[in-house]
Every structure is written in C-alpha cells, then in structure tokens.
Design a protein around this ligand. Structure first.
Ligand code: AHR
Length: 496
C-alpha cells in the first residue's frame, strides 16, 4: 500500500497551543498516593515526599499544565483539610473512589510538585459539596498578596510568596458526580461562584466552566444562554470524553474489532464533541470577550479499570495510536481548543507512567507525548493525504494515514504521521512546499510490532521510540509499519 502527502509550510493555519499537551492527576487509586506521593520517610527515593523517578520522567516531558485534585474528587474535597502540619491533617473518606484520604498531599505539596516537574497548576474548585466562600478563600490562600488571615496562614504553613495559579475550574462533571445538577441550576451556580472567584483571582486568571460530554448535548447550549449577560465570567468551557468506556474490552485483551472501533468511531466522537461545542459556543458567545474550549478529561477507559483497583489499566500500542490520532484532531481544532488534559498522569486510566512499589515504567502513550513535543506552540500548516488506505470501524471507516505538520519558525518543520492500519505497512511519499529545500534532521518511529505490545516492569523497553535509519538528510520517503507512529524534523536549506 502507498500514499502521497503534500505539506505546504508557507501556508500557516493557526497556532497549536502547548496546553493541548496537559495532564490530569486526581486523588484516585494510586495516582497521587503511590504514583507521586510516597512520603519523606519512604525507602523510595524522593524529594520532599514526592518520588524522584516520577519527577524525572514528567520533568522530561515539560508538561505545560497539570489539573488537580479531581475529577469527581474535586467536588468532595475541602482544601483546608490539606494544609498545615501533615500529622494533624484529618483522615477523610474519598467518596467517589472509596478509599481513605489522608490529606498528606494538599495544596503546598501539589504546588511544589508543579515546581519540581516544571508545569503550571490548574485547580478545580468544589461546587458540588462546597460553598462559594470556601472556593473563594482557596483562591485567596493561594494567590493573594495582601496581608489577611488566610495569607498569614499560608505563610505559617511555609509559603511566603503567593503562588501564580492561572487556571481555576468551577466544579467538575456537575451533571454527574459533581452534584447531579441540571444545566440551568449549574449555570446559575456558576455565575455565583465565578463572580467571587473572578474578584479574588489574579488579573490574568482563566475561569473554566463544566461543559458537556457526548451524551448531554444540550448542556452547553443552556449554559451559554444563561451566561449571555455575564460572559466576562467565563473564559473556557471544559468537555470530557472517554470514547471506549463501557465497550467491555480490557486494556491488553481487546479484540481486533475494538481497535477499529476505537480509532474510527472513538476518534470521531472526540472530533464531533469539539465541533458541536464550538457551534454552541459561537451561537451564544458575545464577540466582546474571547472564550474557548478545553477538553480537560480524555483518554481510554477499559473494563479492567474498576473502582476496586483504582482505575488501573495497562497501556498498549493501541493507546499510543489513539492518542496520536486524537492529537492530530486537537491540532485541527486549535483555533478554538486551547487546552486538553489526558486522564490520568500515573497509574490511572491512560497513564503516562505506571508504578509498582519502587519500580516505574513508561507507557507507549508517554512516548507519544515525548515524540510530539516540537508541535507545541508551533503553527499548524496545510497538509493533505492523497489516496490513503482506510481502517474499518464498527459502522464506518477513516483514512488509515493521518498527518499533522507544524512550523516553529520559518526554518523548522515538524511532521507527525500515524499509520492506523492494523495489518498493512504503508509507503509514504512526502512532498513539501517549494518555499525552501528541506533537510531531515531527525526521524523517529514508535512501533511495538503489535497493537497489544506494551511495556511491563520486567520488559520496560518493548515499545520505545527508535531512530529511522537512513532518513536523516535523505529524500522524504518512508515506510510506516502497520500500527505505527513516526515523526520527522526538517530544517530549511535556504537559497539551495
Ligand atoms: O478520570 C476519572 C473520572 O472520570 C473523573 O474523576 C471524573 O471526572 C470522570 O468521570
């Protein structure tokens, strides 16, 4: 099988926000406790209680943003429980994820973790079981510079300078675990919360509303209608989508038709959700205040991820291919899609990292993050795939070859390619615009050899990026093995 791809670096479309490569870490299973926090007395090497191997792996990805503390947990969390001397913090019950909450990891620990891995914090406030004043006071505790009782408390707890927290979520899934609200009620409550949070937060803070998932299309319409006269209170509306949740397959035991369904209907459902939310936003949003979309929870959710095991699942080449194809969709929508946060960073759902006691393994999905780094904050440029073979889903099909090309400067072109075909390699002939002559400076491939291929603690390098030999400097033709991902970095040779 073969296909042609044309890329024109002289035709920029829009910027790919680096925040599309965000992450989400919740107090759920072993994401925070075990995956990030082990405590200062642990035999696992740590920095102020946070495991060094996790810090090192995440710092290498230069994650732009980390959402915390939930998720469903956010609307059951009272921030005051998580500040002050750790041994005095109360023991609570984590309602949604049915586990004890020791509060050892709270605001100071989260902010320190963000510093250690070099990321920006995104905090989700409690609307479902909290109060407006509780939410507002958390913002004051974190960000206020004035001398108040709350900022004195922050200082007593070890932090003199205010933190810079720009992103504040006003509740999570308030149509479900965050209070089972109707959209009318949430919209009115949102106005109330946002009114106080806006006045307390930093001047460049961004307020994020709970938005829809594919099953509740009316939610966004009602929300925007009810905010029509107060649009200054909203900066982004946040969507959630776990396309394969409830399909019954397990993360390593999935049948062939699950794969087709995931990369055809699953990827399409992410695309459709963004398109619908975009229409709704543009139908109601005023032109006076810019608003945008966020997808602050997305990823695979297999049958082996249960509440009992803390939503733990393995991560295979299938997950990596899904993530890569979704990133290409995100790039296409980056004119309105500002941020996305995959669920979740460690040991929960489609993780970047899995840990077991002192051991840590990087997942195939981690490697997609690593390989796609040059796309961040670069300009998407025009590309088209000609005569691609197709991959079949449950009811339809989509082109098996997916491409995304970005330029970070006039002289740097970065191309990612995905062959979603489960069985066939595809020969690719790349033709680049003639504004310059382009030279390949780096070529990499992720190809586990099978859709089920994954990394284990015993065999951590089964799925790892490898250099594509012979590509550097050469003509841009290459063969993409079945179920593989490739990236090519080009440099312009001016005046050639
Ligand atoms: O990511 C796991 C859970 O999925 C989150 O807590 C919730 O927001 C969503 O339903």
């Amino acid at each position: 099988m073969s296909t042609k791809i044309y890329i024109d670096p002289s035709r920029p479309r829009h910027r790919v926000s680096r925040y599309l490569y965000g992450q989400f870490a919740e107090h759920l299973g072993r994401c925070i406790y075990g995956g990030i926090w082990v405590g200062e007395d642990s035999s696992i090497p740590n920095t102020e209680g946070m495991r060094n191997d996790t810090i090192e792996a995440l710092a290498a990805l230069k994650l732009p943003v980390l959402r915390w503390p939930g998720g469903c947990f956010a609307d059951n969390y009272h921030w005051i429980d998580g500040v002050g001397p750790r041994d005095k913090r109360p023991l609570r019950h984590n309602l949604h994820w049915v586990q004890p909450e020791t509060n050892r990891f709270g605001t100071h620990e989260f902010m320190r973790f963000c510093e250690l891995i070099g990321t920006e914090p995104y905090i989700c406030l409690n609307v479902g079981s909290g109060t407006v004043e509780e939410a507002r006071s958390w913002v004051e505790y974190c960000c206020a510079a004035q001398d108040t009782s709350l900022t004195r408390l922050r200082k007593e707890n070890g932090r003199d300078e205010p933190w810079s927290v720009k992103f504040w979520g006003i509740g999570n899934e308030n149509w479900g675990c965050g209070g089972d609200m109707r959209p009318e009620y949430y919209a009115d409550l949102y106005r109330n919360y946002a009114s106080y949070v806006r006045r307390t937060a930093l001047s460049d803070a961004k307020l994020i509303a709970c938005g829809s998932h594919p099953g509740i299309p009316e939610w966004d319409d009602v929300f925007w209608q009810r905010l029509a006269d107060r649009q200054l209170l909203v900066d982004y509306i946040a969507l959630h989508n776990y396309p394969n949740m409830g399909w019954g397959a397990t993360s390593t035991g999935f049948p062939a038709d699950h794969y087709g369904r995931l990369v055809v209907e699953g990827v399409q459902s992410i695309d459709d959700l963004i398109r619908r939310a975009k229409q709704s936003m543009f139908a109601y949003a005023s032109k006076d205040h810019p608003v945008g979309l966020i997808m602050d929870e997305w990823g695979t959710w297999f049958a082996d991820a249960t509440v009992e095991n803390g939503l733990y699942q393995q991560n295979t080449m299938q997950d990596a291919l899904f993530a890569a194809a979704v990133f290409h969709v995100f790039h296409e929508h980056a004119d309105v899609l500002f941020m996305a946060n995959m669920a979740q960073t460690v040991n929960v759902l489609q993780s970047l990292i899995l840990t077991k006691g002192p051991d840590l393994v990087l997942t195939p999905t981690y490697h997609v993050w690593e390989m796609f780094m040059p796309h961040r904050d670069a300009d998407l440029v025009a590309s088209v795939v000609i005569d691609a073979p197709t991959v079949r889903g449950a009811t339809g099909e989509r082109p098996a070859i997916s491409v995304s090309a970005t330029c970070s400067t006039d002289d740097m072109l970065f191309v990612s390619l995905v062959n979603l075909h489960p069985d066939s390699a595809v020969d690719i002939a790349l033709e680049l615009g003639r504004s310059a002559e382009w030279r390949v400076t780096s070529a990499k491939r992720l190809c586990g050899g099978a859709l089920h291929a994954h990394n284990t603690f015993e065999t951590p390098d089964t799925v790892c990026p490898e250099e594509i030999s012979g590509a550097a400097g050469g003509a841009p033709t290459l063969t993409l093995p079945a179920g593989s991902i490739a990236t090519l970095q080009f440099e312009a040779v001016r005046g050639a």
